[in-house]
Design a binder for this molecule. Sequence first.
Ligand code: SF4
Length: 726
Amino acid sequence: MCSSPGATATHCPYCALQCAMTLTVSGPGAASSSASASVEVSGRDFPTNQSGLCRKGWSSAELLKHPDRLREPLLKNDDGEHHPISWDRALGLIRDRVLATRARYGADAVGVFGGGGLTNEKAYLLGKFARLALGTSRIDYNGRFCMSSAAAAGNRAFGLDRGLPFPLTDLGTARTILMLGSNTADTMPPFVQHLQAARDAGGLIVVDPRRSATAELTSEGRGRHLQPAPKTDLALLLGITHVVIMEGLIDEPYVHRRTNGYDDVVRSVAPWWPERVSSVTGVPARLIRETAHRLAEPGGTYILTGRGVEQHANGTDTATAAINLALLLGLPGTPGNGYGTLTGQGNGQGGREHGQKADQLPGYRKITDPAARKHVAGVWGVPESLIPGPGLPAVELLASLGQPGGVRCLFVHGANVAVSAPNASSVLMGLRSLDFLVVCDFFLSETAAEADLVLPVLQWAEEEGTMTNLEGRILRRRAAVSPPPGARSELWIMARLAELLEAPSSFPDDPETVFTELRAASAGGLADYSGVDYAMLDAELHDAELHRGELHGRELHDGGAGAYWPYPAGSSGTPRLFLDRFAHADGRAVLHPVAPSSSAPFASTPDGVLTLMTGRLLEHYQSGAQTRRVSDLHSTSSEQALQIHPVTAAGLGILDGAEVEVSNERGIVRAVARLSPAVRPDSVFLSFHFPGTGNANVLTSSETDPVSGMPEFKTTQVLVRVHRPA
Ligand code: SF4
């Protein structure tokens, strides 16, 4: 471990890049409470961030001493206010309410909602806690809102889903990178350095309806920005694929040797010639052809997707279309080329591997698979019959709150659904209709404010554990300071509650012991961690040689820090997947034909109605519950702002700085108008980091993707009008 006295090597609390940082503690000793210690953040040399941090990372220590920090359990009394109570009383109350709910309504009336920012240890224990201590099938997590479409597409194409199936540093050798629906220049700025080689070669191609900060990187001959109409990404991909097939650009030996389903995909893209796609997307046919030819040129090509194309009710099909294109070009599993999806939340990758998903058990196993159930039951020391079957995906789980046959008592860990769930007003009503809501958090988030009982938990710099970054690289999170005396780890909370509820299995509360159990539970699964341990991760040098290499004449070395799954015991991990075979039984990838839905695939927007797009800002992370409390970030971005094209604004009589109302049948959002040519005249843009009257998710629909359960977050139709002139 590269820590010196007073300095702790760890990783950023926020996004999936998991930038390496050093926390240097001064004050009355390294064991200082986070409230009294002074903690300085510095970037640490690591392959993914190469010492860089974004503004969120640099300012993250402010969270540790924040006056809003929760320090004792809070119970909401009849007066509607939260009042401090003891831990003994809090845990006893939870036991009583769980037992009463189970007795009256059955075990599935108790639900759990987890988070993609939880450590691997917490995500694992939460799945076990729900199924064995609470006895419920009703567990899902906010990763359903993040990676579920990309995961579903990856599983059906490759038989395995790992965000980037190669080290991020491999991008440094690329001549061409196609990025679809990803704004990394704002969401994870240190990532941009990995795009430099492609930019230097004029080969960064960004697909985004908005002229985002990432799209700006293509200017001055560095690449191209394709700006399709919102919700037409799938048609654009079919058009590029059409050209690849019809103009003889496919990698025929690869397609023949490594894939199934070619003929079906040829038929499916036949109707999508460039001129037709241009009429749907607005992207000139010439650019569609040029893009296809550029992707097929030798020298290193990568296709990367993000939430912009995935967070739709057809997100799985759109991600599948991107994978089809990559497979036809022979990219996945070919050194120096590839396909990947960019995970968003801090542990968005690990969070979906260990069993907090409604349909999965640890090791990325299907909960309906008899062999998986037998293995996990063996590790847990219980009969298979005690493991419930599949639960409800997140949107359905939230829709069931307080409903007959639905969840009456809910535990929330690491999520702020009152802000981050689609159709947020109805979710808020659901939370308020519960018999009992328990929220574990370190701040009184908008969801915690609704809770009957709030349990104060540890922050990232106060706990040990592991995270798995966007490359599938397992990393150590390390404690630099002690937590406030009244806060507890979620592992401790689950272990104590499991005892009180007389769970039929033991629940350790020490992170390393939990990780040891996780390793055993994952052994033999797709996400196999069995060969990884804390000592290995702490050494951070174990596989440096393995990760060294050369591609396209450039030296590659990703530093060897961390460990890439699958990492079965006795192996040395898997930095690059699919080199010899894909994870389907026959070792081949599946080309899966997709097409826009036949009923009104690209319905036109009625006059006066605009398409709202939602997304992230540089300054904030997720629901903003943390970053809105950081003074530097708040001072730059303190309120909801609507990006609107100057021509559109003029037509509506809106001046820059005016307060506007953005509305549809689900609700109204107030925002300050910001005139910007970055958005198309047919669209407006809101971020999703703000609560209350600024919450963009009041407007988003709970329509979901039929394969993944992903809600339609990215687009909806709205009216915009002046509320108060500038
Ligand atoms: Fe943290 Fe992500 Fe910023 Fe890196 S890019 S410092 S991980 S928020």
